[in-house]
Design a protein around this ligand. Structure first.
Ligand code: GLU
Length: 314
């Protein structure tokens, strides 16, 4: 059985850009008769907002998106909230430690930024300069809370064929360098949690923003290390303001909860999403999320980010 997933991070409200990514994930899953899994990605603790998980579920329901598995409907891969799955991430970390593929790292962001080389991807941290990489299994560990576990990115070339962006390849050791699989607090990093979960939940298609391409290479490294099946990826264009920058507060209020309160109809947002992704023409309308399925085709989606005038979107 194939499966897609919706993976909101409850670090704030879901906005128009998120809505469009969720609709694409939903359309693709429905078009291919795949299961859809809703998973709450709440391991980023300092930034997680207590109200945001329920609001994300409410936003998705309001848009008319449904799913077979999720925190509100249950399913055979429960639980669907990452903070309830910590033991799985600990087990995966333990395997990486036993395989000698991770090392404890006490470097600060500043250490890495000042000594690391430039990454090969935009908006990514500097390539890790290797200060702590000499550690071997059996060496003593630094004091609890002062180190993260960092994965030794490999020198073997990795590649994937993206459903939107086409062929991508890189040598992770050179292009990205060693990357954290935990925080210094011991919490799992996004990279580790997402790989463990996508594999455990049988996810075969990952649809997400094109700002995560570099992360995909990190995740491919982890899939190989842990012997897990790699899903296919669709990195979709982002929604930007008229200044070309990723949609943010300065562009005006684009929270889905705001539109809901204002009485904007979901059809307005769904139609905009279908038009701006090339699924329908500027004259066509889509009334419900489900009625957009028939128009869906990855081949129609442009690679370029979309600009909108958020202030005039009603
Ligand atoms: N939770 C992430 C976000 O909301 C998505 C990560 C992913 O799709 O892999 O940005």
């Amino acid at each position: 059985m194939s499966a897609g997933r919706l993976a909101p991070s409850p670090t704030g409200a879901q906005h128009l850009g998120n809505a469009r990514t969720y609709l694409l994930a939903y359309w693709s899953a429905r078009k291919t008769n795949s299961n859809l899994v809703l998973r709450i990605e709440d391991v980023d603790s300092p930034r997680v907002k207590p109200w945001a998980s329920q609001q994300a579920v409410d936003d998705l329901r309001w848009l008319g998106i449904d799913w077979e598995e999720g925190p509100d409907v249950g399913g055979s891969n429960a639980p669907y909230v990452q903070t309830e799955r910590l033991q799985l991430y600990r087990d995966a970390l333990q395997r990486l430690i036993e395989l000698g593929l991770v090392f404890p790292c006490t470097c600060t962001r500043k250490d890495i930024q000042s000594a690391g080389s430039a990454p090969h991807f935009d908006h990514e941290p500097a390539v890790y300069p290797g200060f702590c990489a000499g550690w071997k299994r059996g060496d003593s560990l630094p004091e609890e809370g002062t180190y993260c576990w960092r994965f030794r990115a490999g020198t073997q070339q990795r590649e994937f064929d993206d459903l939107v962006l086409g062929h991508h390849e890189c040598v992770p050791a050179d292009a990205l360098g060693a990357f954290p699989v935990t925080q210094k607090s011991g919490e799992p990093s996004y990279q580790l949690a997402v790989v463990v979960d996508d594999a455990a939940m049988g996810v075969t298609e990952v649809v997400r923003g094109n700002d995560l391409v570099a992360s995909t290479f990190r995740q491919i490294e982890l899939y190989h290390a842990l012997g897990l099946n790699i899903p296919r990826f669709a990195h979709v264009p982002l929604v930007c303001g008229t200044d070309g920058r990723r949609l943010a507060k300065r562009h005006g209020d684009t929270r889905l909860s705001f539109y809901r309160e204002q009485g904007v109809s979901p059809a307005r947002i769904i139609t905009w999403a279908a038009r701006s992704t090339g699924m329908i023409s500027e004259h066509e309308h889509v009334e419900t999320a489900a009625s957009g399925i028939e128009y869906f085709d990855w081949g129609k989606l442009p690679q370029e980010d979309t600009q909108i005038d958020a202030a005039s979107f009603r």
